[in-house]
Each structure stands twice: as structure tokens, then as C-alpha cells.
Design a protein around this ligand. Sequence first.
Ligand code: BGC
Length: 415
Amino acid sequence: MKLNKIFLAASMLCSANSALAGEVEVLHWWTAGGEANAISVLKNMLEKQGYSWIDFGVEGGGGESAMRVLRTRAVSGNPPSAANIKGPDIQEWARLGFLTNLDSVAKPDHWDDVIPKMITDVMKYDNHYVAVPVNVHRVNWLWANSAVFAQAGAKIPTTMDEFFTAAEKIKAIGLIPLAHGSQPWQDATLFEVVALDVLGARDYIKAFVDLDMDILGGEKMIEVFTKFKRVRSYVDNNSPGRNWMTATSMVINGEAGMQIMGDWAKGEFSAAGKVPGKDYVCAPAFGTAGKFTYNVDSFAFFELQDEENFKAQKALASTILDPKFQEIFNLNKGSIPVRLDMDMSHFDQCALDSMKDFKSSAQTGDLVPSMAHGMSTAGYVQGAMFDVITNFFNDQSAVPAEAVQRLAKVVKSAM
Ligand code: BGC
């Protein structure tokens, strides 16, 4: 009886403490194997500091569903503490008055000194931090199954022509050359790789950042769609609706030879115990060596009323840029740390190559924001582009010149 009372008192004290310590509710779409391992690192580190974690994971690669759910929650006056919001959309949310000021964490933690300015600029609204970057993903990667390539007698392609040669050889041994899931964001991921190869970095930026109609509606863009169609012909007929991690697992288990996908795919290879350079190869996607399409995951922080939850929010923000978190999270996620002062000795060759190319491409003008992952425009312009790209992908008889006209038209009307 006495013992029971002590136990009751202790557990009441505990729950009072955890209520006092505040909670964070975090919206993300990291539900695949590698992604889930990565986000659980954040949860554990927060809980160790005494805060409660409410997981708000919304399934759906690329985050379209998560963003839809977020809009509903925010509009009804009940936003989460933090949400994975990226690129120019951060500015939109801040402009509407939803986000909170994180300067009281950023200043003592020296964010300005450890994160590249090109990234901190995106995290600030009106010169104040409203979001925290988590990582740097490279989108223009090709993932290849080593055994399939050996069996097909194929060579890892560095150019688009070499890609077609390798794809033919893989097809000849009865396997699927290119694993892909036809969903708008995946189609756009493949499309922007072809666009970067055909247009080059300067015109890619003109098209997808500046929305320059001469490039968006020009001859070179017709070539982009024409080549996109040829790349598409190496995807199997079961691709509609397939999610990206299923496509990655087709490469992991040798059903398919290649996938073009950002390095969150590496999180799946790692979770399956596969070793780069042995079981699989990571290489810059055809024609884009030395170029780097970046996709920075970041958490934007919402304005909350509860003082204790605000404290928990600040602990979350600080933990995200803690070097220990940066290491373990990014090892699981497949990305590289967003801090430039990290010890990279535990990272594999894909991550080391990524870091090297991230830094060198910033010097040569070959660092470009991913259109498919919300880095180059706000969501409403991106959505207009997705429609044209995905309709083209799904219509075998679509004509490149017509798709280009449509692209220019829809972007103009979304601007
Ligand atoms: C996100 C990644 C995520 C991927 C697949 C991308 O837009 O930036 O963090 O792993 O979508 O869901």
C-alpha cells in the first residue's frame, strides 16, 4: 500500500514534469525505412531533454499530401510546432504571419557562421530566422545495381547516350532498365535531370527560377521533352502510382538496373544493409557530373501561444543543428550535413562525393535548386509545371512542342 502510494506520487510528479517541459508536434513525410530511422533520431534526442514528441507523419513521397494536411490545420488555427516546409514556400508562410522568430536560438548557436549563406537566406524572413535547415540532399543521382550491370555487361553511364546503351543491355537480359514510379513529383524529378543535362546550369536557372519565357517556351525545351520521352521508354508499364521506395527496392533486389532519384534513396540501400561501391553504385545522373541539384529539408516553426511549448520548440530548433544530430540523422537519411564544419569521417563515398561537388559547384555556377522538390519556385508555380510534365509522361502520343507551349502558358498564368 505504502509502496503503491510512493509509486503514484512519483508517476504524478513525472507526468507533471513532462507537462511542464512542453511538447513538440512535428509534421513530416518521412515514413520510408531510412527516413523513419532518421526522424526517430530527433525524437529520441528531444525526449532525452525531457520534452514530449507528437509525431505527425503524413505518408506520401515528395510531401504533397503533407502540405495539404498542413494547410488545413494551419487555417483552422491549430498548426503543429514545426513542419518540413522548403524553399520559397517558407517566405509565403512567413508573409502570411504563421511563423515564429527563432533569433534567440540562432544567435547563441551561431547559425550564421556554420551554415552557407545561400541557405540561411532562405531560412530568414525580413532578416529573422523562421526556419531551420536539416540537411542537403542532392537530387541528380543515378543508383545502379552492380550485379545487374555485371550480368548485362553494361557500363555505368556518364552521358545520356551511354544511358541508352546501358538501358538496352539491361533490357536484353530481361530486366527493367529504369525503376520509376509515375507520380507527379517523381516524373518531375526525372524531368529536371534531363533538363539540367540539356539546358546546362545557366539556362536551367533561367527556366525554373527566373521563369524566363524564352527558355521555358524555347527550342531547347522541346529537346528536353523529346529526350525525356526517350528516357521514359525504359520504364516498365507497372509504374503508375508506384511509390519511390518500391522503385528503389527494385534496384536493391535486382529486378531493375537503375533509378534516378535524390539521395534519400541511399537511406533505403543503407537500411537494407547494402554497401556503396560493392552492392550498388551512386553516380551523378547522366550529363550532370560536377553539377549539383540541391534540395534542403528544413523545418519552419509556427507561432504558438503556450510558453512551455515555445521552449520545447526552441530546444527542437537547437537540436536540429547539433553536430551529433547532424551526423546520425544524415547517415540514416542519405543526405549530407548542412553545417560546413562537420567531421565527415563516418560518411561513405557517396556522401563525400556529394559534399565535394556541393562546394565546388557553388564556385563554378553549377549549383542549382531543385524544381521538383520546391527549391526553385513557390508551390503554386511548381504545381503548374508538375501538371504539364506528368500529363506528358503519361500520354504515349504527346508531342514535345505542344507540351512546351503548354508549359510556358501555365507558368505565365500561375505567376
Ligand atoms: C524530401 C526528402 C524526402 C523525399 C521523399 C523530398 O521532397 O526533401 O526529405 O525523403 O521527398 O519523400
